[in-house]
Design a protein around this ligand. Structure first.
Ligand code: 13P
Length: 249
């Protein structure tokens, strides 16, 4: 049985005071919930705050991006080792906003994945198609390309550390959630794709769904056989809403 994993992606939201209230509320509500795993991916400056608030709780924290480089003259970048310094467990790689707004291609995403995994972090590899790609019938081709680029670059030993998040771009921040059946179909496809390299790894792989998950639709999504939890954007900024989603897992 795969454990469910629910991770909040705060994106570029929050401030010290708001975060503290949110982190304290999450720790209080979720610390004795042992049935699933929970985490938050915060903006870099707040990693220390997340570490201070969540150390000793059952919640983990992580970052929303990571450099593909180990160290050096890369102004503005943050390395996987630095994330480790702050106790981070997760690093998102290849979020669709990074791909679309910052020009991250499959090759760069794969390098970031490798850097994170080598440093001992759990990379959460985000994949997903745009609306045009879905309507053009190339959802599986797009997701396969995004996955294969990483599996090829990382190899199975490193890929075994990964979490995959299926986030259809058209469902992110739009209120248009994929139906449980739509999401399940792509999750099953992802698992089969990984199974072509290793059945055992595919069976163990955590595949989260992300895109307008709310308390009201989380339980139906998480009930699908290949949906192993969620990567939550907007709803992770509201303590009661995020806690309710975690409870659904
Ligand atoms: P929303 O939950 O706000 O749609 O965002 C999903 C997402 O991008 C999580 O990484």
């Amino acid at each position: 049985m795969r454990r469910k994993l629910v991770v909040g992606n705060w994106k570029m939201h929050g401030n010290l005071a708001q975060n503290q209230g949110l982190l304290d509320a999450l720790a209080a509500a979720l610390n004795d919930r042992t049935g699933a795993d929970f985490g938050v991916c915060v903006p870099f400056p707040y990693l220390f705050q997340a570490q201070a608030a969540l150390t000793g709780t059952r919640l983990s924290w992580g970052a929303q991006d990571v450099s593909e480089h180990a160290q050096g003259a890369y102004t503005g970048e943050v390395s996987a080792a630095m994330l480790n310094d702050f106790g981070a467990r997760y690093a998102l790689v290849g979020h669709s906003e990074r791909r679309a707004l910052y020009g991250e291609d499959d090759e760069r995403v794969a390098k970031k994945f490798v850097a994170a995994a080598r440093a001992g972090l759990i990379p959460i590899l985000c994949v997903g198609e745009s609306l045009g790609e879905r309507e053009g019938g190339v959802t599986e081709a797009v997701v396969a390309r995004q996955l294969d680029a990483v599996i090829e670059a990382a190899g199975l030993d490193l890929f075994a550390r990964a979490v995959v998040a299926y986030e259809p771009v058209w469902a992110i921040g739009t209120g248009k959630t994929a139906t449980p059946e739509q999401a399940q179909a792509v999750h099953a496809f992802i698992r089969e794709r990984v199974a072509q390299a290793s059945r055992e790894l595919a069976d163990r792989l955590t595949i989260q769904y992300g895109g307008s998950v709310k308390a009201a639709n989380a339980a139906q999504l998480f009930a699908m056989p290949d949906i192993d939890g969620g990567l939550i954007g907007g709803a992770s900024l509201v303590a009661e809403e995020f806690v309710a989603i975690c409870m659904a897992a």
